[in-house]
Design a protein around this ligand. Structure first.
Ligand SMILES: Nc1ncnc2c1ncn2[C@@H]1O[C@H](COP(=O)(O)OP(=O)(O)OP(=O)(O)O)[C@@H](O)[C@H]1O
Ligand SMILES: [Mg+2]
Length: 230
């Protein structure tokens, strides 16, 4: 997949020059939400010129305090939310693990994989292989036939992550993927990330704080609407 989302700006930031190693480049991203502030609605800015890039094979952490705009930026990167201004350029396929799992309560884990595998146009053989590997790697095979509305929070988080990983995308955007994981699953998560990075996949991980700094190639902080290198 190759996608380019572009919006007008008063002073648009120039797109970064082409670089085959760069899979994602967001430049000058602005976003404000409308909120009621007496006596009338006002637009409250969240992102004010955020820049972010992701190279092939890079694992980048995106941190910032609650409400700093991490999820807003992620949603703009995947095209789920329109920016007010700025440019987003993506090269390759994309997997997105949203902060709030988007699942169908009455469908089982197996049925979710079938549904998403169909949407990703995976062959039956590839889907079967990828699904079994994810059950094994994240340790939730015994819940294959359990409905999403009967899963624990941690197992639901595994399903949410598994659906993003299913097609083995070039770029993985993960919004607090390990918030509900136990220690063993947290370790397995990093094993999955390391495997993908070794194959040249790129991973952007949102977190409130970075416990294991050495696991990241770079850490970026969102503050005052902009992204800063740490
Ligand atoms: N749909 C919306 N409408 C209005 N305001 C919103 C909306 N979504 C987010 N906001 C506001 O934008 C700001 C940034 O929210 P966002 O969810 O992007 O932050 P975050 O960094 O992901 O926070 P957290 O660490 O709590 O997940 C917050 O002040 C939030 O209240
Ligand atoms: Mg968030």
């Amino acid at each position: 997949m190759s996608a380019t989302a572009q919006t007008s700006a008063d002073r648009p930031a120039p797109p970064l020059p082409p670089d085959p190693a760069r899979l994602l480049a967001a430049t000058g991203v602005h976003k404000a939400y409308q909120r009621w502030r007496w006596p009338r609605p006002r637009r409250v800015p969240v992102l004010m010129g955020a820049d972010l890039s992701l190279e092939r094979g890079e694992v980048v952490g995106l941190v910032g305090e609650n409400g700093s705009g991490k999820t807003t930026l992620m949603r703009i990167l995947v095209g789920d939310l329109a920016a007010d201004a700025g440019t987003v350029q993506l090269t390759g396929t994309l997997g997105y693990c949203p902060q709030q799992p988007v699942v169908y309560p009455r469908l089982t884990c197996d049925e979710h994989f079938e549904l998403f595998g169909g949407a990703y146009r995976m062959t039956a053989a590839r889907l079967h292989e990828a699904r079994l590997a994810l059950y094994e790697e994240l340790g939730f095979e015994r819940f294959a036939a359990t409905r999403a509305d009967q899963l624990s929070g941690g197992t639901l988080a595994k399903l949410n992550l598994g659906l993003a990983l299913l097609p083995d995308p070039d770029i993985l955007l993960l919004d607090e993927p390990y918030a509900g994981f136990d220690w063993d699953t947290y370790q397995k998560f990093w094993g999955l990330v390391a495997q993908r990075r070794a194959r040249g996949r790129s991973v952007l991980i949102v977190s409130h704080f970075i416990a294991d700094q050495q696991r990241f190639d770079r850490i970026v902080t969102l503050r005052e609407g902009r992204a800063w290198s740490v």
